[in-house]
Design a protein around this ligand. Structure first.
Ligand code: NAP
Length: 422
């Protein structure tokens, strides 16, 4: 093994996870890079790491963590936000986990999260949203939520192709659009900020394929493509068309059924082959209300980047908020697990934030390694802890008689339950 890192300390034991065909070859004791993250990442990062290694050990496994740096810790160590060796370490080890990284609003600072997803071509951001017993929720029947969102991760307005108002570049693009492209809509006089929204056939189809494959493998009934194709016809609308093409052309009808005209017609009367996964389209604005009013009708959702950002946060709220909501980014034989939430600066450094979302993101990562029993144990131990009323501030303020614990104490309570349940 020839590592040549400057500031990253390679653990003494453990081996690299490697690619094996389309899947992974996972050694008994893998090395897993970890970024604790900015803001509350400094609280939830170490707490989640402890819970994950306790669960791994309780199921006869051993993780060798390798700390890698991005955001604030990278600025301290390297004087840059995202050092090359961080990206290389994650690329080389294939499976990693990260806490949140801060992206200040405004010019001059590109999102490190987006940069990591794009550089490593982690094209599918997967966010399972399921209810844990005992978690307070504003919904009457939160247990109806059992949905997995697949959010395209590399394009859309997140691609970062934009020009600042008042710059020569923005004016050039305006001229090109108005003069060369014969644009006859409205672009107001004066300074204007402009951006591009690329949505490609390749990006759309591989994402929808992932969602459909997931639905087939996990006995899900339906995949819903969520877009705003009625307004943004050649980007969002095209995403829907390409997605339906995948469903229609790449799978046999008795396995995957592409519902005709689902945007405008109810599908109750449609004759769907028994056991087939139905693929339908829905408009994103309407979807946000259906998700609350008809929660149990939805199963797997696939959508472009921005819709996925909004919808998965809203779905997270239904099952207890961002402190609970896990996620992971997947590419070809690659995984970077990360929670849905950000660095919540106003809660940072106070040992109060909820580490559950990062812990459950670790569960997703372990399941990707084939460690399903470790994943189940984590889920059960988290549920047991919350059901017994031991919770962090975000859940405690929503329930009566709960016991408010700090991040570290709460993680310790989960570790005790791991020992008890294993
Ligand atoms: P946020 O960090 O997700 O936090 C918003 C609010 O959600 C918090 O103030 C808190 O609510 C609640 N919350 C989030 N995580 C929680 C946790 N673990 N435990 C308890 N409560 C939690 O969103 P933001 O304030 O909009 O974004 C802050 C920064 O994070 C920005 O720089 C943003 O770009 C970045 N961000 C990073 C990622 C990522 O790394 N993947 C994702 C999203 C945002 P209360 O105040 O009500 O307690």
């Amino acid at each position: 093994m020839s590592y040549d890192y400057d500031k990253i300390e390679v653990p003494e034991g453990g081996e690299k996870i490697t690619k094996d065909g389309d899947g992974l070859d996972v050694p008994e004791e893998p090395i897993i890079p970890i970024i604790h993250g900015d803001g509350i990442g400094k609280d939830v990062g170490p707490a989640a790491q402890k819970v994950l290694e306790t669960a791994a050990e309780a199921t006869g496994r051993n993780v060798h963590w390798m700390r890698v740096y991005a955001g604030e810790t990278a600025r301290e160590k390297y004087d840059e936000n995202l050092p090359d060796e961080t990206v290389e370490a994650i690329r080389e080890h294939r499976v990693a986990i990260k806490g949140p990284l801060t992206t200040p609003v405004g010019a001059g600072f590109r999102s490190l999260n987006v940069a990591l997803r794009q550089t490593l071509d982690l094209y599918a951001n997967v966010r399972p949203t399921y209810y844990l017993d005992g978690v307070p929720s504003p919904m009457k029947a939160p247990e109806e939520m059992d949905m997995v969102t697949f959010r395209e991760n590399t394009e859309d307005v997140y691609a970062g192709i934009e020009w600042e108002a008042g710059t020569e570049e923005a004016e050039k693009v305006r001229e090109f659009v108005e003069d060369d492209m014969d644009f006859d809509g409205v672009m107001h006089e004066g300074d204007i900020g402009l951006g591009l929204k690329p949505i490609s056939e390749k990006g759309s189809k591989r994402l929808v394929r992932e969602a459909i494959d997931y639905a087939i493998e996990n006995d899900r009934d339906k995949v819903t493509l969520v877009h705003k194709g009625n307004i943004m016809k050649f980007t969002e609308g095209q995403f829907g068309e390409w997605g339906m093409e995948v469903a229609d052309e790449e799978y046999p009808d008795d396995e995957v059924f592409a519902a005709p005209d689902s945007l405008w017609e109810e599908q109750d009367e449609v004759d769907i082959p028994e056991d087939a996964v139905m693929v339908e389209e829905r408009l994103a604005d309407a979807m946000l209300q259906w998700m609350q009013l008809r929660t149990d009708e939805f199963d797997v959702l696939a959508m472009p980047n921005l819709n996925g950002d909004y919808l998965s946060d809203a779905a997270g709220a239904q099952i207890g908020g961002l402190g609970i909501a896990p996620g992971a980014n997947f590419g070809d034989a690659r995984c970077l697990a990360e929670p849905v939430h950000g660095s919540a600066p106003k809660r940072a450094g106070q040992d109060m934030a909820n580490p559950t979302a990062l812990i459950l993101s670790g569960r997703l990562m372990f399941e990707y390694l084939g460690w399903d029993d470790t994943g189940e144990l984590i889920r059960d131990a988290v549920e047991e802890t919350i059901s017994s009323g031991k919770v962090t501030y975000d859940l405690e303020r929503q329930i009566e008689g709960g016991e408010k614990l700090g991040t570290t104490e709460y993680a310790e309570a989960i570790c005790e339950n791991i020992e008890k349940l294993s």
